[in-house]
Design a protein around this ligand. Structure first.
Ligand code: NDP
Length: 419
């Protein structure tokens, strides 16, 4: 019996909301609140006859802490699920602290305005001391640890697939398969085809910022940064086939480097087709990926936001996308003194997702873990005061929930390794 406030009603949130409504014995009441209330109302109307979960809706600007506090105090939820954008992480965490409510999200904090001098000064110092230059990192949210501990509240960070499930896979491997993990390769393959020359599978602004940034990996206690897309490998993915994949910086590497004792190397690879990369390079070269506002005929526009308006809405890709995703982690290490390898992964079919929730697999593979993370918090399985990433909790009930609600894991004890 729980009352949950869900902020955001985009591609990922609409899957998470539908999954919550499938578990109505736990999610008895939800309020969907977002910037555009009509989207919340449309989804609520679509779900009304299909669930016993009582759904209400609200309009909120999640950049505004006072508006959030007013909404949280009037709805009185046990948990706030932040499935808006990473830009809103800190304001929503502040509001949760002010109202004494647990918090969770699917991606770590990133500022919307990367030219803000105050933020920039801290960022540039971090680039120097830490050795990676991504605009997002955990430091902003880890800074809330003491406040959440003192308030007796839990904040769960990054309960999507990657970050999220990939970290649970690491915790699971450490708990059940290894005494010592030496290397982790996280492999994110999207074998889906939507038929457009160029489109992104989730929020274009967040997605394009991520993939056009320098890549980096963790090795022997420090970050190694490389130019964007400069390390390429081919991997033969089960039920997808051979794909080119590229080494990217990814947020879970930062937490895993701290939470997996003695790990020597952590890398993240994502598959991209040549057409996607050519389009992206061209857009980058002409300045369309810039987040710095320009003045155009008397109006200020942000190029990447304008590009977002031109590209297909990721939420509309569902009916067109065919093929499968295959995402997981390959480990090397030792068990009982002997060397060992292990691969744990999930395969998800775009069309099956569409049949179930009218969405493609990228939103599905993020929305289901968001619901499962909330389930862990609401059923008391993952409650400890403070701010935590997924691998800091017992992976077993989470992976069990993922198995049950649409993302079953598979494993191999003799995987092909990435060189
Ligand atoms: P969308 O752009 O589809 O949806 C974002 C939603 O947030 C929209 O409903 C939007 O409202 C709302 N929103 C944006 N700004 C505000 C605001 N100031 N106040 C209130 N609501 C706001 O994004 P996605 O669904 O693709 O992504 C959602 C989150 O999931 C992101 O944080 C993304 O980084 C993360 N993600 C995580 C993954 C993982 O594996 N961990 C993978 C993919 C995504 P409006 O309709 O008005 O625009």
């Amino acid at each position: 019996m729980s009352r949950v406030l869900i902020i955001g009603c985009g591609g990922v949130a609409s899957v998470a909301i539908q999954k919550c409504c499938q578990v109505s014995e736990v999610f008895t009441e939800i309020c969907i609140a977002s910037r555009t209330k009509s989207k919340c109302d449309d989804l609520a109307a679509k779900l009304a006859s299909k669930t016993t979960t009582k759904i209400t809706t609200a309009q909120v600007d999640a950049d505004n802490v006072n508006e959030l506090i007013e909404l949280i105090n009037s709805y009185k939820p046990e948990l706030v699920m932040n499935i808006a954008l990473p830009y809103q992480d800190l304001t929503i965490m502040d509001a949760c602290l002010a109202c004494g409510v647990n918090y969770m999200d699917t991606a770590n904090y990133e500022p919307e305005n990367i030219d803000d001098p105050e933020w920039r000064a801290i960022y540039e110092k971090r680039c120097e001391t830490e050795g990676f230059s991504a605009y997002f990192d955990y430091s902003w949210q880890w800074a809330y640890r003491k406040k959440f501990e003192e308030a007796g509240l839990t904040a769960l960070l990054g309960s999507g697939f990657d970050p999220g499930v990939t970290q649970a896979y690491c915790a699971y491997a450490l708990k059940h398969e290894f005494d010592q993990i030496d290397t982790i390769d996280i492999l994110d393959c999207n074998g889906g085809d939507h038929g457009y020359p160029f489109a992104t599978n989730f929020n274009p602004e967040i997605n394009l910022r991520e993939v056009s940034a320098p890549g980096s990996y963790w090795e022997n206690g420090h970050w190694v940064e490389i130019p964007a897309m400069s390390i390429k490998r081919e991997y033969n993915f089960e039920e997808v086939g051979p794909k080119d994949m590229y080494l990217l910086h990814h947020e879970e590497i930062e937490s895993l480097a701290k939470t997996i004792p003695g790990v020597k190397r952590i890398r993240f690879f994502m598959t991209f087709g040549q057409s996607y990369l050519t389009h992206m390079k061209c857009l980058e070269n002409v300045g369309m990926l810039s987040a710095t506002p320009i003045n155009y005929e008397g109006k200020e526009i942000v190029p990447i936001q304008f590009l977002k308006a031109l590209l297909p809405d990721p939420a509309t890709l569902g009916p067109r996308t065919k093929g499968k995703t295959n995402i997981g982690c390959i480990f090397t290490g030792t068990k009982d003194g002997k060397p060992k390898t292990y691969y744990i992964y999930n395969i998800c079919d775009h069309q099956e997702c569409y049949k179930e929730v009218e969405s493609q697999a990228i939103s599905y593979t993020t929305g289901v873990p968001a619901m499962c993370g909330a389930l862990m918090l609401l059923t008391g399985k993952w409650n400890k005061p403070g701010v935590y990433t997924v691998e800091e909790f017992d992976p077993d009930p989470y992976i069990e929930a993922l198995d049950k609600y649409g993302l079953p894991h598979r494993e191999s004890h003799s995987p092909a390794l990435v060189d």
